[in-house]
Design a protein around this ligand. Sequence first.
Ligand code: NAD
Ligand code: DAU
Length: 338
Amino acid sequence: MKILVTGGCGFIGSNFIRYFLKSYPDYSLINMDKLTYAGNLENLSDLSHSPRYHFIRGDIADAPRVEELINKGVDAIVNFAAESHVDRSIEDPSAFMKTNVFGTFVLLEAIRKVFPKQRIRFLHISTDEVYGSLGETGAFTEETPLAPNSPYSASKTAADMLVRAYHHTYGIPAIITRCSNNYGPYQFPEKLIPLMVSNALEDKELPIYGDGMYVRDWIYVEDHCRALDIVLHHGREGEVYNIGGRSERPNLTVAKTILDQVGKPHSLIRFVADRPGHDRRYAINFSKIEKELGWNPSISFEEGIRLTVEWYQTHREWWKKIKTGEYLDYYKRMYQDR
Ligand code: NAD
Ligand code: DAU
């Protein structure tokens, strides 16, 4: 099987590529990535000599480039490429519309142009944020109405609607997955967990938005990759599958768990001004993928945090290199005087 992975130099994409090459010795993968601030070639530097892995720098919104790649013959596309950070979407949404909405449209169009002669399976990686926010109880199912609240989640919702329409109208073999918050190795330190871990390791403050009682459902990235493997091979076309970690935690608990694991005092926590339009709570009902495809998460939150802290402790060079230049400007804009 030949798979085109988009956005493979980011956090989840790089974990997915490593997982797939290891799991399927006869598969080959092409990774098309624009290398934005979030794309990092070092995430896959150990694979650069593999004859089954090819990196191509490119933009999913560049139609001729995408068509050229598809014409080389691929069996499936797994679309991770996106602008992924909610806070950056609040600061400037334009790149989110271009990549997340228009980029997905370009991929679908390229698939449509060769269909049905070439039947390319399209696995679109979406997010639980398309469902909006929950109160104290309940969980998102695949039937929950879509109600995105941030420019990021609105762009992801628009992309999901395009995927749905291309399946419905043209019969494109597409599947959507909607996963909760991932964490683990190679996550860019703008996101909550790697930010907290790396700041704790540097004895810096841990900035917590609002009252810290915002809840996310955390999933270790390898569990997500395993779910994507099963959906890519056995999922039903035209369907949506929710993926969750069964690990709901308020952000304050996450920060305290990390500090305990790193061995630093809780006094490093600093409450800062809230995120505008901040979603209060996410929770995922993933019984569809569990019943239909036999998947469930296997790594507990405590074990996942232990593994993650260990990884950031032993890969200081990786994140220290990121925490320079553009990152420092971003950090200042985001947190100074907050
Ligand atoms: P990330 O920001 O770490 O990586 C995104 C990658 O996409 C980067 O390598 C970047 O260079 C690349 N990219 C951006 N624009 C591109 C373009 N126009 N063309 C080609 N490549 C481009 O993101 P992530 O956290 O790994 O998320 C991957 C996907 O999973 C996204 O679609 C995101 O919406 C989704 N998702 C993420 C989470 C999470 O918790 N991180 C949860 C659910 C769903
Ligand atoms: O739910 C899936 C989504 O999870 C993905 O679709 C997104 O790509 C991914 O970025 C993530 O979005 P969140 O906004 O939930 O993740 P983030 O790590 O930015 O924030 C997690 C929670 O922590 C959220 O309630 C905001 C809070 N937070 C975040 C940061 C960066 C803080 O309190 N302080 C911080 O400094």
